[in-house]
Write a protein that binds this ligand. Structure first.
Ligand SMILES: Cc1cc2nc3c(=O)[nH]c(=O)nc-3n(C[C@H](O)[C@H](O)[C@H](O)COP(=O)(O)OP(=O)(O)OC[C@H]3O[C@@H](n4cnc5c(N)ncnc54)[C@H](O)[C@@H]3O)c2cc1C
Length: 490
């Protein structure tokens, strides 16, 4: 009897890795011709281009632990200096104040002296020090919560790009409980978010550590917005060979395991129940459709796919999964020679304030942020186009040339880069970003509850309990452990 893992993104690969370690016969099927899902690293002409994620947070240990288990400990790298990140606001660049623990000041002086906010705006932010706690009325949206405590400008210039950017959605829709539960805890425990941030800064200084910071988002989208506190060290790490190195190592390890069978170009197209067990239809390029009877199924494909598969056997779960909205995203990677820049670029990149009239939502200076991304004398940039408005949605459906043209226009206006890029890559990720909207945790709990009668079916992946690579790895491994435990109990 075999455990079937559906989808070989980082979640499914991690689930299979855990099952292999337990010596359980596993069939991992992947619809496309390649492993890794959204994790994809391309090497071309001396450049290392990340199509999706470029790094992961270190304070959620699952990714680092997995890297070490796979012998990649030595390949883990920290971002290069200087780690400055700018915010594009009012047509100019303003540095993120030092000591921003991804959102809240962990040190007061850099925040007070930052040019990002006017004296009046700083006074409004400071009102947080005296505002009372709100009554706890269940989940709310991140935007209104922060506006109540810290005012609008902080939301537009900091919280929106930092947190909304990770999920590719306006923070007025994002769930406080699912995305930044630390903020609710900060208000509960300290009343003032600023006091909570400063307390964390002191604790961190005495422990000498770099953590996620209050306001650290659940996952980490690539780009400047995945950079941690300016001047306090970054909580992000990656692999010298890019995030794809992790996929290669997992694939290598699974390939060596005698208990794992890996099939690409094989799509799960049906799921039914017969005699208290699941039967699953597989369709592959080289074989016609077949039905298999696995002992358990880990659904690590995106939630809309899982919803279609569960329609006939767990309609309530399928409905909950369909209620998780998914937005699209695009990444335009462009490389230039250094002399094509009006000013030499520096730092890790920039975020774009919500009110700024640009198409891109962030730009990472990839080759300045990470070592080994571009040949000497060249600069590799990654510009992000999220589904923040109808213009971006239309653009994400348009031909590559139009995405490249929009990114080049914005990069010329902001970084003063001129002329033809020496490398250009477009990654289009339709429906790739699960949006954790208000009530997300209840939706996930209800989806899981709907599978109570079929404990051999387990959900895992970015749509449920964290979009970042570490959360996906943790979910994949936890799903596998649940299956192993279920086996032991029967
Ligand atoms: C642009 C972008 C940048 C990001 N940056 C970061 C970052 O810097 N750091 C970070 O931590 N996270 C980042 N993320 C998030 C992270 O990359 C994803 O959340 C994560 O990779 C999702 O992994 P997954 O395995 O859950 O899903 P996926 O990667 O979507 O994998 C699902 C797999 O299932 C397969 N599949 C689908 N249907 C079927 C079927 N019927 N049968 C079989 N197989 C099927 C798909 O082909 C796919 O390979 C980013 C995401 C995006 C889109």
């Amino acid at each position: 009897m075999t455990v079937l893992v559906v989808g070989a993104g980082i979640t499914g690969l991690s689930a299979a890795h855990e099952l292999a370690a337990a010596g359980i016969a596993t069939l991992l099927v992947e619809a496309s011709e390649r492993l890794g899902g959204k994790v994809r690293t391309e090497r071309a002409d001396g450049f290392l281009v990340e199509a999706g994620p470029d790094s992961f947070i270190s304070y959620r240990p699952a990714a680092i632990e997995l890297c070490r288990e796979l012998g990649l400990g030595e390949a883990l790298i920290r971002p290069s200096e200087p780690r400055t990140v700018q915010v594009r606001t009012g047509g100019r660049f303003v540095p993120l104040p030092e000591g921003i623990g991804l959102l809240l000041p962990t040190r007061l002086r850099p925040f007070v002296t930052s040019p990002m906010f006017s004296p009046l705006e700083k006074l409004r932010i400071g009102l947080d020090l005296v505002l009372p706690r709100a009554r706890d009325e269940g989940d709310v949206a991140v935007g209104p919560f922060l506006r109540r405590r810290l005012g609008g400008p902080l939301v537009e210039r900091l919280a929106g790009p930092l947190i909304g950017g990770v999920y590719g959605t306006p923070i007025d829709q994002l769930s406080l409980d699912a995305v930044v539960p630390q903020l609710r805890a900060a208000e509960r425990d300290h009343r003032s978010l600023i006091l909570a941030g400063l307390a964390q800064g002191r604790a961190r200084a005495s422990a000498g550590s770099v953590g996620g910071g209050i306001g650290g988002a659940a996952g980490g989208r690539a780009g400047a917005n995945s950079t941690g506190a300016n001047g306090t060290g970054s909580p992000f790490v990656t692999l010298a060979g890019g995030t794809g190195q992790l996929v290669e190592a997992l694939a290598g390890s699974l390939g060596r395991s005698s208990s794992v069978t890996l099939r690409t170009r094989t799509r799960v197209t049906g799921l039914e129940r017969r005699g208290g067990r699941s039967i699953v239809r597989l369709e592959s390029a080289d074989r016609s459709g077949e039905w298999i009877e696995p002992e358990a199924v880990i659904l690590a494909a995106p939630a809309p796919v899982a919803a279609d598969l569960l329609d006939g056997i767990a309609p309530a779960t399928a409905a909950q999964l369909r209620a998780i909205p998914h937005g699209s995203s695009g990444v335009v990677s462009l490389a230039y020679r250094l002399e094509q820049f009006a000013r030499p670029p520096a730092g890790h990149g920039f975020l774009v304030a919500e009110t700024e009239p640009l198409t891109i939502s962030a730009c990472t200076l990839s080759s300045l942020k990470w070592a080994g991304r571009a040949p000497e004398g060249t600069v590799l940039l990654r510009a992000f186009i999220g589904s923040k408005g109808s213009e971006q949605e239309r653009l994400l459906a348009a031909p590559d040339e139009l995405l490249v043209a929009a990114a080049r226009r914005d990069l010329a206006a902001t970084l003063g880069v001129r002329g033809e890029p020496i490398l250009s890559r477009v990654t289009r990720l339709p429906g790739a970003m699960p949006h954790y909207t208000v009530g997300h945790l209840e939706r996930v709990a209800a989806a899981v509850a709907g599978l109570a009668g079929t404990p051999d079916l387990v959900l895992a992946g970015a749509a449920y309990r964290g979009v970042g690579i570490p959360d996906c790895i943790a979910q994949g491994r936890a799903a596998a452990r649940r299956v192993v435990q279920g086996r032991a109990e029967t």
